[in-house]
Design a protein around this ligand. Structure first.
Ligand code: ADP
Length: 168
């Protein structure tokens, strides 16, 4: 898989799937979650509600898929990142699981290009350098005949610097 770094807003990215850093309610929130629901329109939330009614809340590390509504992507993959608590609750492992489960789900959908935000590095306060290392390691480890390109979308300067170094 090719790995790319883009600085900017994930809702503007052209990819088959974009990943949302959701919360376990799946009912929307701030940050990247809010931006995706705003740009994608109400259809995304409708499908999130249907998933909740079917299977209940989404646990940390899990991933589910909905339409991407008005976005140019085909799918939004919603994954629930861990809230940082000094790694007392296996947050590092759980963050890696978010990337793994999102890639697995994307693969099952025939996704060729997928864009990730920097999961858990906003209100969930995961240290950005550690989160970046985990994300890049997990993606590099993942071998796929289906997915051709993974795009890391960094919204802030600090993450952009971290990913630049990691991907050099
Ligand atoms: P979390 O709850 O997982 O920490 P946040 O949405 O608060 O989720 O933050 C995750 C990351 O997404 C942060 O690094 C934040 O800067 C970034 N982010 C916020 N808005 C956007 C956006 N529109 N596109 C891409 N990344 C974004």
């Amino acid at each position: 898989m090719k790995i790319e770094l883009i600085k900017g807003d994930i809702t503007k990215i052209h990819a088959d799937a974009i990943v949302n850093a959701a919360n376990s309610s799946l009912l929307g929130g701030g940050g990247v979650d809010g931006a995706i629901h705003r740009a994608g329109g109400p259809q995304i939330l409708e499908e999130c509600r249907a998933i909740r009614n079917r299977q209940g809340k989404c646990n940390t590390g899990e991933a589910v898929v909905t339409t991407a509504g008005n976005l140019s992507a085909k799918y939004v993959i919603h994954t629930v990142g861990p809230v940082w608590n000094n790694n007392k609750e296996k947050e590092s492992k759980l963050l890696a699981t978010c990337y793994y489960n999102s890639l697995k789900l994307a693969e099952s959908l025939g996704v060729k290009t997928i864009a990730f935000p920097n999961i858990s590095t906003g209100v969930y306060r995961f240290p950005k350098d550690l989160a970046g290392k985990i994300a890049v390691d997990e993606v590099r480890k993942f071998k796929s005949d289906v997915i051709e390109k993974v795009i890391f979308v960094c919204f802030d300067d600090e993450n952009e610097m971290i990913y630049k170094k990691l991907l050099d």
